[in-house]
Design a protein around this ligand. Structure first.
Ligand SMILES: Cc1ncc(C[n+]2csc(CCOP(=O)(O)OP(=O)(O)O)c2C)c(N)n1
Ligand SMILES: [Mg+2]
Length: 585
């Protein structure tokens, strides 16, 4: 990172010699000093000039159509770069729009900072009815990892430093930084301003695991007859790709990647047990979690998925957990060997510990897994080869699978229900951090924000596989994609609705069912409206041609992929979480 010259405000004091700076410039200088070169946001009072001045200072300012999308962009930029992604919004309504993304970032452990302008403190605190009045700091606090407010220009440096540290150190998360309108115009001596800024040293310090914790874990792993490793999003975030690959390959232990850990090792890896998930979870005797939490996505580590007798009962397995947060341990079941530290340091310590020799897992275990895996993969190949009319999820995803195989550097963004679940299981990933999706909450609306940020920070092509409902949450950002001419290819899996397009209004009234959209909608026209490429694809061949062309041309593209409206299932793979009424009327 080069040195950053402070921005000097043009407003000079009466003394022509002494130069002043102001809040606007100090915020920009503080960001740049810390190597932050991009802002995702949406202008308006009181931050309009901040967006202009940031651009003038050479920062990339990506302007969105809705703050939630800017927030999601910032969050995923943070995940991809290990630097806090910055989302900049106006006060109250803009802040609230950004807040959903901040909360989602915190839940997913993505480092981001939501910077919102706010109204006059004196008026807000007396509730006298200011323009966009809201006590934003109080509202943000429970939804993020840390929240700060800066009242004086000389505190901008320390405020930004605290926000950066809070976002990226330990378990990363969302941070809120409240900047009241009055702060921006506050002036101070330029030299004093420069001195007040902090370049954060070692913002995410390594956390070395205790040697005895590593030994305890390795001993347990050694004792296992049926070991299993589960790689989570935290392992992907850590950027310890070579160490993780080495640990898996040196131990010979089968592994399961969580959704956003796909590609840490290629999904085609011989040790991947993904195609035998329902076999390995209840069967394994020692399970090592690497940056994965035992939340709902892993059935809380208990119940039938894990071989428990009923939905609450623990299975018999023992757990090793590598996580940066000590509080994560025992959150759901007993962790027999907790290893607390950053993933890179922990995995390196494991590698060091097993240097003295390691026996690969018993072949009965590996053979049993391979048998299930091969059977399931053969079944999958058969299903993918079918070519029904209209297309279903499988025949369309067979195309996407080939495209990703041919373009392993492309980033795949994915949301929806069936559109999500089928893509996750069918489309193999080959490189780390190439799959970005709905994460811990299964949130809809990340699609276009993630796509914009992924294209901006990586320069790689982005392919967004979107359910038609999912797309609607952020669809207007296709204008943003066109405006910045980003190499994003959006594929809308159009099955006329949420899960399916077949529900009917039981009353026979004129309103359609709540899960159904306009039939035969042409999402491709939306892209054309802003100068991008729109394609209507009704067959795998048409889809393939359009995707290949999008990758080749790097042009913003939206493909309306017509999917059989009967093909999906309610809630996709998580139908069991969906309460339904047994009552007839
Ligand atoms: C913010 C948010 N709102 C609502 C939901 C509930 N939800 C889950 S999936 C989904 C949409 C599924 O439809 P679609 O994207 O078309 O996928 P399909 O199953 O049809 O392929 C919705 C609304 C959610 N997960 N997040
Ligand atoms: Mg749909």
């Amino acid at each position: 990172m080069g040195t950053v010259e402070p921005q000097v405000a043009t407003t000079n004091t009466s003394d022509a010699q002494s130069q002043v700076t102001d809040g606007f410039h100090l915020v920009i200088d503080a960001l740049r000093l810390n190597g932050i070169d991009t802002i995702f946001g949406l202008p308006g009072i009181p931050i309009t000039d901040l967006t202009r001045k940031a651009q003038a200072a050479g920062m990339r300012v990506i302007s969105f159509r809705h703050e939630q999308n800017a927030g999601n962009a910032a969050a995923i930029a943070g995940f991809l770069t290990q630097k806090p992604g910055i989302c900049l919004t106006v006060s109250a309504p803009g802040f609230l729009n950004g807040l959903a993304a901040l909360a989602n970032a915190t839940t997913n452990c993505f480092p981001m900072i939501l910077i919102s302008g706010s109204s006059e403190r004196e008026i807000v605190d007396l509730q006298q009815g200011d323009y966009e009045e809201m006590d934003q700091l109080a509202i943000a606090k429970p939804l993020c990892k840390a929240a700060y407010r800066v009242l004086h220009a000389e505190d901008i440096g320390v405020g930004m430093a605290r926000a950066i540290r809070a976002a990226v150190s330990g378990r990363p998360g969302g941070v809120y930084l409240d900047l009241p309108a009055k702060l921006f115009a506050q002036t101070m001596d330029a030299e004093a301003g420069k001195k007040s800024l902090i370049k954060v040293v070692d913002p995410a310090p390594k956390q070395i695991p205790a040697p005895e914790a590593v030994k305890r874990a390795v001993d347990l792993l050694r004792s296992s007859k049926k070991p299993l490793i589960i790689l989570g999003k935290g392992a992907a975030y850590a950027q310890a790709d070579a160490e993780i690959k080495s640990l898996i390959e040196k131990t010979g232990i089968p592994y399961l990647p969580m959704s956003m850990a796909k590609g840490l090792l290629p999904d085609t890896h011989a040790q991947s047990a993904a195609a035998a998930r329902s076999y390995v979870l209840p069967e394994a005797d020692v399970v090592m979690l690497v940056g994965a939490r035992l939340n709902w996505l892993l059935s809380q580590g208990k119940g039938k998925t894990w071989g428990g007798k009923d939905s609450k009962a623990w299975g018999g397995q023992k757990f090793i957990q590598i996580d940066i947060s000590p509080q994560e341990m025992d959150s759901n079941v007993r962790i027999d060997a907790p290893v607390v530290g950053d993933i890179g340091s922990c995995v390196s310590a494991f590698l060091n510990e097993i240097k003295s020799g390691w026996a690969k897992p018993p072949s009965e275990w590996l053979n049993a897994i391979n048998e299930r895996k091969n059977k399931n993969l053969a079944k999958m190949t058969e299903t993918l080869a079918k070519n029904p009319v209209p297309m279903n999820f499988h025949s369309a995803l067979n195309v996407v699978r080939d495209i990703i195989k041919a373009n392993p550097d492309a980033i795949l963004v994915n949301e929806g229900a069936n559109a999500l679940d089928f893509t996750r299981s069918i489309v193999d990933m080959y490189k780390p951090r190439k799959r970005l999706d709905v994460g811990t909450w299964g949130i809809m609306g990340i699609g276009m924000g993630f796509s914009v940020a992924a294209a901006v920070v990586s320069g790689q092509p982005v392919i967004a596989i979107e359910g038609d409902s999912a797309f609607g949450f952020s669809g207007m950002e296709v204008e943003t994609i066109c405006r910045y001419n980003l190499p994003v290819c959006v594929v809308v899996f159009n099955n006329n609705g949420v899960y399916r397009g077949t529900d009917v209004n039981p009353t026979g009234g004129p309103d359609v069912a709540p899960t159904v959209f306009v039939k035969g909608a042409r999402y491709d026209k939306l892209m054309e409206a802003f100068g991008g490429m729109g394609v209507h694809a009704t067959s795998p061949a048409e889809l393939r041609k359009a995707m290949e062309e999008a990758i080749r041309s790097k042009k913003p593209t939206l493909i309306n992929a017509v999917i059989d409206e009967t093909a999906g299932t309610e809630s996709g793979r998580i139908t069991s979480l969906n309460p339904t009424s047994a009552k007839k009327k």
